[in-house]
Each structure stands twice: as C-alpha cells, then as structure tokens.
Design a binder for this molecule. Structure first.
Ligand SMILES: NC(=O)c1ccc[n+]([C@@H]2O[C@H](COP(=O)([O-])OP(=O)(O)OC[C@H]3O[C@@H](n4cnc5c(N)ncnc54)[C@H](O)[C@@H]3O)[C@@H](O)[C@H]2O)c1
Ligand SMILES: O=P(O)(O)OC[C@H](O)CO
Length: 325
C-alpha cells in the first residue's frame, strides 16, 4: 500500500526519515511550493529538521492535495490539529487508511483526530491508527533510540504501521487503546504548559515532581472515566509521553509555558514560537470535554484560566499549589 505523509513540519519530517531509512518510498504533501521545490532540489526540509537528508528517489513531493490523495492509500497525518479541518474538510477520504501522528484536538468539532476522521470523514474505526509515545522529532533527526506506540482498534493495521516504522533507532509496540492513548497525548501537552509556567515562575525540581505526579493522576482519572478500558497509565504511551514533554528542552509546550511564566504576554509568546504548541489549543478543548464528562481537572483548568481568562500566572499557581499533594 502506498504511504503518504500530510504536513511539512518537524514531526512530518521525522516520520519521513523513519520510513525512508527503512527503505520505503513515500508520497509527501507539503503546503508551499517553495518548500516542496527546496526539498526536491536540496533533499532536506528548509525550515524543520534541516539536518535530515533524503536520497534521490525516496520522496514524491506534492503540493496539490487532490493528486496526493489520488496516489496515496495510507495517509499519515502530521499537520497540527488546528489546521487539519481547513486542509481536509472538502476532501473525500472514504477509501483511505488514516494514521494520525497528531497530538491535539480538532477545534472546530472538539474531537480527537480518530473521532474526527470517523465521524466527519466516515472512515471506519478499523481503518484508523495513531502514532504516539514519548518521541521528539529532534531526537529522531539525531537517530537517538526512541519508542513509539501504534494504537488501533484493528491489530492488523497497528502491526502493519509498527512494521514499517520499527528500525535501527525506533522500537514500536502496539496497543488497542486508541482513544485513551490519543486523549492522554492531548492532555500531556496541557500539563507540559503547566510545567513550563511553573519553571518560568521559579518553582524548582521538587515542585515539578509533584506537579507531574498530580498530572498523571488527572490523565488517569479523565481517560478511565471517559473511556473505560483496562489500561496501565505507567506505560510509556501515557506516563512516558507526559515525562518527555514535561521535562525535555525540545518541548514546544514547555517552552511556551516557560515564556508565559517569565512574564511575557500571550501575544509575544505566540510570535516567539516558530513551531506549534498544541497544548495552547488543547487547553480550551479539554476544558469543554472535562465539563461534558463532569470531571474536574485542576491543573488543566488552571492552564485554561491563564491562557483564556487572563488570570495572572503567579496568582493562579499560588491557588493551584494549595491543591497539589
Ligand atoms: N515535533 C514533535 O516532536 C512531535 C512529536 C509527536 C507528535 N507531534 C505532533 O505532530 C503534529 C505536528 O507538529 P510539528 O511539531 O510537526 O509542528 P511544527 O510546529 O514543527 O510544524 C508546523 C506545521 O504546521 C504547518 N502550518 C502552519 N500554518 C498552517 C496552516 N494555516 N494550515 C496548514 N498547515 C499549517 C506548517 O507548515 C508546518 O508544517 C502536532 O500535532 C504535534 O503534537 C509532534
Ligand atoms: O513535546 P512538545 O511540547 O514539543 O509537543 C509536541 C508533541 O506533542 C510531542 O509529543
């Protein structure tokens, strides 16, 4: 089956590297003609993970989405969640398999990607998989050993994707907890914002450990309530993903939060980042979902109030600190 990647950012580039290092020839859709031409000519992405080099014949670049879709059977979606609907809304994906590498919520529908593709694009859940786990694109570029979890309700599909990605520096495991894994990956970005804010405000390692411990409990509480299934949140797709984003200097969400904690305005922080911090969008979506499910997410709600209700980060964290344990 012909595999194609949708999106031209860091994670799309890392996935293109993983697949082509394993010998695959892939289709790759990027938005801008300049970017596509640069990759064709210079064999690397000009804006993201510039050190990753591709070989002649590995990539078929597209900027025409219709042509890309015509030639692609398995679509790996790596466009930030906030842009997915505007890119794909008018397209028919009915005969495709979708592999979402996105860790965010489609804001127009407040749906995780798997539910967006099944409800809006009418793709059967068995034709949907996700790529998750603690893995930063920057470390893939450096070929640092990394672990991914491929989750799908169809174990044949998750195994197929895992086989294509498993390689010299990537180890894949499979899971049937598609929805829980996807929600956990969305939430951890919001908690990484919280960790960044705390760090920017001057809280130390001792506090951070308590914040992260409380965060994994909130993740467990929410996914077990909203999507009951036997799962162990200590596994790397849940706890590992939270830890890497909460502590790594590669984390976009932590960096975003850190600048807010240091006192920069939201507008300045948005302009400072040339990359997308999914947690910013997720904080609003999760706030609604938590209310729908009647679950109280204390840390996530604090982040929401800082981002969307103009609550001062310092006073919000003084209040939050009284509720941590
Ligand atoms: N970077 C990572 O290490 C990593 C790891 C796992 C998952 N993810 C997930 O992958 C997804 C993509 O993140 P990323 O880190 O590659 O993003 P990025 O910040 O590196 O890239 C942003 C991408 O968004 C595109 N974009 C900007 N405005 C757009 C618009 N209006 N319409 C369409 N596209 C637009 C840019 O062209 C670029 O391709 C996110 O959901 C993220 O959570 C990222
Ligand atoms: O870890 P961050 O903050 O860069 O977020 C990007 C992805 O969601 C990583 O899992």
């Amino acid at each position: 089956m012909k595999v194609g990647i949708l999106g031209g950012g860091s994670w799309a580039t890392a996935i293109a590297k993983i697949l082509t290092d394993n010998g695959a020839k892939i289709n790759w859709w990027v938005r801008s003609v300049e970017q596509a031409d640069h990759i064709k000519e210079h064999k690397h992405n000009p804006r993201y993970l510039r050190s990753v080099e591709f070989l002649d014949g590995e990539l078929e670049l597209y900027t025409d989405l219709d042509k890309f879709l015509e030639c692609t059977e398995v679509i790996i979606v790596a466009t930030p969640s906030a842009f997915i609907h505007s890119v794909l809304a008018a397209k028919s994906l009915s005969d495709k398999k979708i592999v979402s590498a996105v860790k965010g919520i489609i804001p127009e529908y407040n749906l995780i990607p798997a539910h967006y593709f099944s409800e809006y694009h009418k793709i059967p859940m068995n034709d949907i998989a996700i790529i998750s786990g603690p893995c930063h694109a920057e470390e893939v570029a450096m070929e640092k050993l990394s672990y991914l979890t491929i989750a799908s309700e169809d174990s044949a599909l998750s195994k197929l994707v895992a086989d294509k990605m498993d390689g010299r520096y990537i180890r894949c495991s499979v899971s049937e907890d598609l929805v829980g894994t996807e929600i956990s990956a969305v939430l951890k970005n919001v908690y990484a914002l919280a960790c960044g804010i705390a760090h920017g405000l001057g809280y130390g390692d001792n506090y951070m450990a308590v914040l992260v411990s409380n965060a994994i409990q909130e993740i467990e509480q929410f996914i077990d309530h909203a999507y009951p299934l036997h799962r162990d949140v200590k596994q790397s797709a849940y706890l590992g993903d939270l830890l890497v984003t909460a502590y790594s200097l590669h984390s976009r969400n932590r960096r975003f939060g850190n600048l807010l904690g240091k006192g920069y305005s939201l507008n300045t922080v948005k302009q400072e980042m040339n990359m997308v911090a999914e947690g910013y969008y997720a904080a609003a979506c999760i706030n609604e979902l938590a209310a729908q499910h009647n679950v109280e997410l204390t840390i996530a709600n604090t982040v929401y109030e800082i981002l969307y209700k103009q609550v001062n980060p310092r006073s919000a964290f003084i209040d939050l600190s009284k509720k941590l344990y």
